[in-house]
Design a protein around this ligand. Structure first.
Ligand code: ADP
Ligand code: ZN
Length: 728
């Protein structure tokens, strides 16, 4: 089994439970597998499929994923196909033919297909050795995702009583588990329940202060990496995606209100690695099987911990360190409570309230967040470790907080806010408290107030920090407008009046050392740079072959490759994720990229492929325009060119304009805004007087939804098509 694991999948060892499950399957027993997302469920039936004589049938409701999965299997030399409604009749016939000829090892089918009589007839002629039921909770009406077509599986089961079945799911309460066993008619199945601890995920709850700024900061330090931002409303997803694009972060919105085409484009672009950031409502995710999502942000508070666990679970399926950041504010909490209170049904309302309180409790934890989550899901993995804060993968464990008595300073800050008439921001409040002789303080006569100059044990920065903590605690509030004026909340007035003691929490002065793996990757020296280059190569190959980037290699493989820096095919074979087929297919290309990186004196073969020579030819050809032109010609968008070259989008736009003005032809296909956007911008340019119109006039006409660069690129496109008198 280990041989098969290495030869096909390129892995050296099994993940927890995989080996036990596979043995059980090969012994022809039924299995029920409950494993979190990213745990490695697929291998539990894919590897047995190689060993067994006949066909392995995989039932999965996630039609959108089937093609990628099958492409992934083909890429490692496993004969697999799928049958679902996306195929043409001819394609369907071909797959049926191949199945009947016994040419396939694995066949994916959708539950809809399975329900058809024609498929049941086909089944009678196939020699099926194993049936895998993915997302098995769909068979249960108690689950959250019931699919009536799954009921047909009971019948399939009865028609082949001797074939082992394996049912797999990431979510199942005990009730749903029993339901799966009963509905599928599993025969004394062995149950495998993996730990729900996602060790590679780092959980963090941050006070939401300048949320958008916090978001940009997170994304900028992870440029090029995949991230999902979950928002509350459809409108919010669009606004944030739009705003992020102003920062040159190629983000797309996704929500259930968009038309199917736009949704598909966002989803495919995300999976393919072209648009790394998606700003979405929780509608996004079901069926997103992207292994290298490095960051999941909850821009507002989730409604339930189940949802939170599921959404954060989309990060780091490849097992590499990934971050889950929840931005928490009392404002969001009140908003959620408001929505819950609108629910008519009393029982339902009660239920939602309890769920919401659990989320709030999670956000306010002073102890390990991971442990809380696991215990919530009945997972005892961490329960008997002595150290309550030992996970080293959540903000509480990494930076322990300490409580301190902030009664006096808090009272002073709140009094100053009240006495200044609740019309000023923290800068002014601080100035008054510290007894500033500044013009504004004197002009307003605030030097006459009782609170003037009463603080001498805190400085400006500290006063600012305390006031942030008071905001987090809901004792004072800041206005949303640009004046950011402070006021004391009802809660704050109560506390002031009752002279309650006020304890605040701040990070302990000496934070414990972060675990090694949490070091920022960007600052690493060469392996980091090499990794980036290998990613580029992977993207180029993926484009050529029309498959998602991770079908070529996962991030985990590239990381390992960059760390090991293999020089020969033999060494290359030791990289995680490199099996026999990938070694043959990609070995040389990646090796030469590595050699190229390690040093120009190392021998390189000019013969193999244009991909790795891109970097070199660009370097040779010199001119900055030529570089831009070349990258555009390879199908990169202007944004991607800017990112790849480390220059601003504006610079790339001027290159394009310059070249077009000089009559050079430039490839702009991937840079033009999609769908109706192109038409809208074109219309605005014409309306403003054509390609020689002032950009600002065009911007006035289309409103704030586009950037100057969008307009400049469209203008260049028009010029290129029609010449300078484009308005004719
Ligand atoms: P699940 O279906 O449980 O969400 P997958 O089957 O998609 O998880 O596996 C998640 C990732 O882990 C994939 O990229 C897969 O290739 C990888 N993987 C699975 N088993 C192993 C293993 N034994 N060693 C290394 N990586 C593995
Ligand atoms: Zn922890």
């Amino acid at each position: 089994m280990l041989d098969l694991l290495k030869q096909y999948f390129g892995y050296d060892r099994f993940r927890p439970l995989q080996e036990e499950i596979i043995s059980n399957v090969l012994a022809k027993n039924d299995s029920l597998v409950i494993m979190p997302t990213g745990g490695g469920k697929s291998l539990c039936y894919q590897l047995p499929a190689l060993q067994l004589h006949g066909l392995t049938l995989v039932v999965s409701p996630l039609i959108a994923l089937m093609k990628d999965q099958v492409d992934g299997l083909k890429a490692i030399g496993i004969r697999a196909e799928f049958l679902n409604s996306s195929l043409t009749f001819a394609e369907m016939e071909r797959v049926r033919g191949a199945a009947l000829q016994g040419e396939l090892k694995i066949l994916y089918v959708s539950p809809e297909r399975l329900a058809l009589d024609s498929f049941k007839a086909l089944l009678n002629h196939l020699s099926v050795s194993l049936v895998a039921v993915d997302e098995a909770h769909c068979i249960s009406e108690w689950g959250h995702d019931f699919r009536p077509d799954y009921m047909h599986l009971g019948e399939v089961r009865r028609s082949m009583p001797d074939v082992p079945f394996i049912a797999l799911t990431a979510t199942a309460t005990p009730k749903v588990r029993d339901d799966i066993v009963n509905q599928l008619g599993l025969k004394s199945p062995q149950r495998f329940v993996a730990s729900f601890n996602r060790e590679n995920l780092n959980y963090e709850v941050r006070a939401k202060r300048n949320a958008f700024g916090q978001l940009v900061e997170m994304l900028e330090s992870r440029r090029g990496q995949s991230a999902i931002i979950y928002c509350q409303s459809r409108k919010e997803t669009e606004e944030i995606a739009q705003d992020l694009r102003q920062y040159d972060i190629s983000a797309n919105a996704y929500h259930a209100g968009m038309d199917a085409d736009d949704r598909r484009r966002t989803q495919e672009g995300f999976i393919a690695g072209e648009y790394p950031v998606v700003v979405a409502t929780i509608a996004f995710g079901m069926g997103i099987d992207k292994p290298d999502v490095r960051l999941v942000v909850h821009y507002s508070m989730p409604k339930t911990l189940e949802g939170y666990y599921q959404e954060t679970g989309r990060a780091g399926r490849d097992g590499l360190p990934s971050d889950c950041v929840l931005l928490f504010s009392y404002g969001d909490r009140s908003r959620q409570e408001y929505f819950v209170n609108q629910v008519e049904d009393q029982l339902e309302r009660q239920k939602l309230k309890i769920k919401l309180d659990q989320v709030v409790a999670f956000c306010q934890l002073r102890s390990c967040r991971r442990r809380y989550l696991l215990e919530y899901f009945g997972d005892e993995t961490l329960a008997d470790t002595d150290d309550q804060n030992s996970c080293q993968g959540c903000d509480v464990c990494i930076t322990p907080l300490e409580k301190f008595d902030a009664t006096v300073i808090s009272q002073k800050i709140m009094s100053a806010i009240v006495r200044c008439g609740q019309r000023f921001g923290i800068t002014h409040i601080g100035a008054v408290l510290l007894g500033s002789k500044g013009k504004k303080v004197l002009e307003l006569g605030h030097d006459k107030l009782k609170v003037y100059g009463i603080v001498n044990d805190y400085d400006r920065t500290q006063i600012r920090e305390i006031s942030e903590l008071l905001i987090d605690r809901g004792l004072i509030a800041r206005s949303d407008d640009r004046f950011a004026t402070l006021r004391v909340t009802d809660e704050g007035r109560k506390v002031l009046k009752q002279r309650d003691r006020i304890f605040l929490s701040r990070p302990k002065q000496e934070p414990t050392q972060r675990r090694q793996r949490r070091q920022p990757e960007r600052s690493q020296s060469s392996p980091g740079e090499l990794f980036e280059r290998l990613r580029e190569l992977r993207l180029t190959i993926a484009r050529e072959q029309g498959v998602p980037a991770f079908v070529v290699f996962t991030d985990a493989s590239l990381k390992d490759m960059a760390a090991k820096m293999p020089r020969t095919l033999q060494e290359f074979a030791r990289v995680s994720g490199v099996g026999k087929v990938k070694l043959e297919q990609y070995g040389e290309q990646f090796l030469s990229e590595i050699r190229d990186f390690v040093g120009s004196d190392a021998p390189t073969s000019e013969a193999n492929g244009r991909t790795h020579s891109i970097n070199r030819s660009v370097r040779r050809e010199g001119s900055t325009y030529a570089q831009t032109k070349e990258l555009l010609a390879q199908g990169l968008s202007v944004r991607q060119v800017a990112y790849q070259r480390g220059v601003t989008l504006g610079t790339v736009a001027s290159h394009v304009e310059m070249m077009v003005a000089n009559g050079m032809s430039v490839e702009l296909e991937s840079s033009l805004p999609g769908g109706a956007h192109l038409g809208k911008i074109e219309a605005a340019i014409y309306q403003a007087g054509g390609t020689s119109a002032k950009l600002s006039d065009v911007m006035d006409i289309i409103g704030g939804n586009y950037t100057y660069e969008d307009v400049r690129i469209v203008r260049a496109h028009i010029l290129q098509l029609n010449g300078p008198n484009g308005q004719s």
